[in-house]
Ligand binder design. Structure first.
Ligand code: PRX
Length: 655
């Protein structure tokens, strides 16, 4: 985060309580009610979660024990049997919600459809049966590499229905990134589409799958199921590739949901860490279902009349928890949008709000900053009066963007929920409750009931008021990460050992710095590790470095995030070349393209600077702090006495 942003946040004193009307109609309508829930969860967590699990979910068999906590391993609802797909679909079919819209889909170019709970259930059962026909059994992993079309959600729900853990890979990832993830998850089946529409272009997803699987690239993959979306030219490999519309025809719409153990693997979702290799975050069934259910219900104060729209992609955790599972488990209407603002239609999001009467709108600060840039006229030309709650996620929101969102989109009447959480946490950790919490622009306010969050120093001691420290969670919660797929040691090292356990107290830490103000509000300051946040997407500096050094011209690379007004951060790479290469603009473009090929467009460096040497300490560690200063065009701050060769600095400045 930039200095100015930190300063403006430090001076932020405005508070925005919910209106009395809003509070009166909210499920949790006061801070007293919030406090009551919070205290109950803190004093009797097992009672709190047990009661909710009983009340809010359907179980085939009840659990024997709510929590078995052997730090850092948690088991929730031990011995309980349930099915997430059942909780999202079947249980609504015996109620009036059977013919309620489950998914409203607005596609490109101008396509749209609505699936009721009954229709969605039918499609999910059919796809689940097709999976079985293709040899997928309980426990087998399925890769999902899809555009934002209903079949993406259908594939996820079909997996959970038969107990085949999915690993959704964001459609913007390259063939290479797809391959790495399919290999790590040992996926048996890949579900994809011929292509997806993205800003007036076609993303050739199936071609990327072909590339990933070429030369036995992901040997575990036996079959590929292809949804026809764009009708672009693709090759179908006999025996391996199957059209969904061919197999769907004869598939039965009857597929009972498999009773799953509460701790059975539900899905793996890859996310960036501080090493080159992305980690497969593991979530399990019962805890994830309950936590995403209850956070959706309370944080968005869900009503049956709501039209809820989260603009994320299903390839990220936000799409998993808050487009698909949380909303559907509640029987809500969830809108899925394939499009994005583009020059030919910059106001398209507001058209969607108006067209469907969206009541809850959840997006990212980077998108809000883009809306600001496009101007107030676009939203003002549409009827946004249906909106009643706004949300934000992905990075700290700067107070100016918050105020614009509040004023222009929310018409000064919609509470804003700034939700802090992560792939690893499964659901919201810090968030206002819209009918209760007086919000402050830029603060994610308070922990959700059941979350024991704190800000501590490296020894685990709480820091003082307005002092920066590490944001930690001190008690287990139902949707917490269970392990890193295939790498338990990495799980322990990454999240639980940064701050060493003390007197039996374990600290979950996943990389953010924060402070708490005099009123107890949490202010998340951003990552304190080598992870960048580019347009709300997590990217490891090492991941981009590995991509760069895999190019024959690159000897060494150091990547840092540079503050960017629109994206939050952008990728800035310092590169030293192999002896026989010369830095040039052409080589810069080639390297940028190479990173896109290795990871995807989200990782494209905004700038590459060639240098003869990189600043290192005497023990050979790259001094990233210093590079961050240089990338931002700032004076090099702090101690540089450990720098091996001080003349390096001038060279790096000149570039
Ligand atoms: O740095 C925090 C930031 O996004 C990181 C998690 O990224 P990811 O696992 O990709 O999940 C993104 C969607 C949940 C966090 O470690 N972050 C997320 N939400 C916020 C945030 N930072 C500040 N405020 C938020 N509301």
């Amino acid at each position: 985060m930039s200095e100015t942003n930190i300063e403006s946040i430090l001076q932020e004193h405005r508070t925005f309580p919910p209106s009395s009307d809003f509070a009166a109609n909210a499920t949790i309508g006061s801070m007293e009610k919030y406090q009551e829930l919070y205290n109950k969860a803190a004093t009797d967590p097992e009672g709190f979660w047990g009661e909710l699990a009983e009340k809010e979910l359907h179980w085939f068999e009840k659990w024997e024990k709510v929590l078995d906590w052997q730090p850092p391993s948690a088991q929730w609802f031990v011995g309980g049997k349930l099915n997430l797909s059942y909780n999202c679909l079947d249980r609504h079919l015996t109620t009036w919600r059977k013919n309620k819209a489950a998914l409203i889909w607005e596609g490109e170019p101008g396509d749209s459809c609505t699936l009721t709970y009954a229709q969605l259930h039918r499609q999910v059962c059919k796809m689940a049966n097709v999976f079985k026909q293709l040899g997928v059994k309980k426990g087998d992993r399925v890769g999902i590499y899809m555009p934002m079309i209903p079949e993406a959600a259908i594939a996820m729900l079909a997996c959970t229905r038969i107990g085949a853990p999915h690993s959704v890979i964001f459609g913007g990832f390259s063939a290479e990134a797809l391959k790495t993830r399919l290999v790590d998850a040992e996926a048996k089946l890949v579900v994809t589409a011929d292509g997806g529409f993205r800003k007036d272009k076609i993303v050739p997803l199936k071609i990327a799958v072909d590339e990933a699987l070429a030369d036995n690239g992901a040997p575990s993959v036996e079959n590929v199921l292809v949804v026809q979306r764009t009708k672009n030219e693709i090759q179908m490999q006999e025996g391996r590739d199957h059209w969904w519309h061919d197999l769907e025809k004869d598939a039965s719409a009857n597929c009972p949901a498999e009773p799953m153990d509460s701790e059975d693997l539900l899905f793996i979702l890859y996310t960036s860490g501080t090493t080159g290799k992305p980690k497969g975050v593991v979530h399990t069934t019962g805890g994830y279902n309950l936590y995403t259910h209850i956070t959706t219900k309370w944080t968005f104060d869900l009503k049956d009349t709501d039209v809820y729209w989260c603009t994320a992609d299903v390839g990220w955790i936000t799409g998993h928890s808050y487009i698909v599972y949380g909303p559907l488990s509640n029987g809500a209407t969830s809108l899925m949008y394939e499009g994005a603002p583009r020059p030919s239609n910059p106001g398209c999001l507001w058209d969607v709000v108006e067209k469907y009467g969206v009541t809850i709108f959840y997006t990212a600060p980077t998108a809000i900053r883009a809306f600001i840039k496009m101007g107030e006229d676009l939203p003002k030309a549409r009827d946004l009066s249906s909106l009643r709650i706004l949300g934000t996620v992905g990075e700290p929101i700067n107070p100016e963007a918050w105020m614009w969102y509040h004023r222009v989109i929310g018409g000064e009447k919609c509470p804003i929920v700034d939700t802090w959480w992560q792939t690893e946490t499964g659901g919201f950790m810090l968030t206002p409750l819209p009918g209760a919490t007086p919000t402050k622009p830029g603060s994610a306010t308070f922990p959700f009931p059941g979350i024991v969050a704190d800000i501590v120093d490296l020894d685990g001691n709480p820091v003082g008021e307005n002092e920066g420290g590490y944001l930690v969670v001190k008690q287990p919660w139902p949707s917490m990460i269970r392990t890193v797929y295939g790498d338990e040691a990495r799980f322990r090292r990454t999240y639980w050992e940064h701050i060493k356990p003390k007197n039996g107290q374990h600290f979950y830490f996943a990389g953010d710095g924060a402070r708490r103000d005099a009123d107890g509000y949490f202010w998340v300051m951003g990552r304190v590790d080598d992870v960048m946040n580019v347009s709300g997407h997590r990217l490891g500096t090492m991941e981009v470095e590995s991509a760069l050094v895999s190019h024959p011209s690159v000897a060494e690379a150091a990547v840092v995030g540079r503050p960017n007004a629109l994206k939050g951060e952008e990728v800035f790479a310092f590169v030293t070349l192999e002896g026989n290469y010369q830095g040039s603009d052409a080589l810069k473009s080639e390297l940028m393209q190479h990173v896109v090929q290795e990871i995807g467009a989200i990782a494209r460096p905004g700038e590459i600077r060639f240098t003869d040497v990189l600043p290192k300490t005497r023990s050979g560690k790259i001094m990233r702090r210093l590079l961050r200063n240089l990338a931002a065009g700032e004076e090099v701050a702090g101690d540089t006495s450990t720098l091996e060769d001080r003349s390096v600095l001038d060279q790096l400045r000149e570039g």
